[in-house]
Design a protein around this ligand. Sequence first.
Ligand SMILES: [Zn+2]
Length: 453
Amino acid sequence: VRHLWFEDILLPGGWASGVEVGIANGRIASVAERPMEAGAERYAVGLPGLCNVHSHAFQRGMAGLSERRGLDAAASADDFWSWRDVMYRFLDHLTPDDIEAVAAQAFIEMLESGFTRVGEFHYLHNDTDGLRYSDPAETAVRIAAAAAATGIGLTLLPVFYAHSNFGGAPPLAGQRRFLSTVDNYAALWEASRAALQGDATIGIAPHSLRAVTPDQLASLLPLCLEGPIHIHAAEQVKEVAASVAFSGARPVEWLLDNAEVDRRWCIVHATHLSNAECDAMAASGAVAGLCPVTEANLGDGIFPAARYLAAQGAIGIGTDSNILIDAPAELRAAEYAQRLQHRSRNLLAGSDRLSVGGRLFTAAQAGGAQALGAEAAISVGASADIVTLDVNHISLTGRRGDLLLDSWIFAGRAGCVQDVWRHGRKVVIGGKHRIADAAAAQFRTTLRRLISL
Ligand SMILES: [Zn+2]
């Protein structure tokens, strides 16, 4: 057993001071307020690691490549759909080795920013011709290997994807690497489960109501009787209109009426909600998987976070496209979108918790753990996933408690995260991951090749 001692630490019941955390076999064996004993490692501030509920790791490789007007000559405007065409072209060349190198870099950046577990919404299953690899879980094996090498907790969400739009529309050429049938998906899901290492877990992910028909959705869910269920919904206005044209219902409305949406579900984005959908989704117990940085980057729209949180809705945060992997930036963007929309401030503070940072961090931590089927809190029996902040950092000087979270989220320059413990192992030391240099070298090799093509 090794002992960490914290001057201040955020426990499930709130901030506590002078706390010793015992770690054994990767898990938290004890949490006790007591004076520091000889042999303990001393830290100023400890936080539970955040769960990144929604990532497409490979997209880290195209970050920054689609910020120019008119990349897609066929599109009438630069929007989500023209971005998606750039992504499809990027996929023409990505090999399993590339996927592993890009994922490792993405996972290192997640750990360095305070995420200790990732929900990898993994849909890149097929080779560049659209055929299954000889091992149907070839790319899932690469994701699991990158997670094991970097130490990040993994909740793998193998995606089922079959159509280009509502009503079972045939897939587009650019979607060939994603496609499954209900029959061959079962084999892929089983092979993906077999690829998991350590404390990695698995859920299931019907891609969206665009890509999956109602019949397919009903056939898929029994494959995974426990573990999280993730789906994209209502990210785009065009998608909402297509849903209404197809079924008469908006996407989230349709899910709430036709699927047994409960605490196992994470509805990713859920950007465009009517007030009735917003309140019903909050009451369902499902987690809203918010990806505010990506949603801003893609011009998706603004999730009604103030109303949803007031209705006690659960949220998690995700880095989605991985355009910029930064946990505090996601929380900041969630609040800033509300400020810009409502021309007011501190909209996501609670009535009982007045600090926006404290409220958002705590909500995203609890909801994120729920969405990834994890017990990511600093409590006995949970995985020892702990983030420490550098209180000597210029942005954090003199702060304690929720003021520290507010300052990290809204005013923290790079370098606030000090050390990160993941499953009882210190993987980030002084802000830098143990294998950051080696992983970056591989990532550079991969990116130089892909960009030169
Ligand atoms: Zn996504």
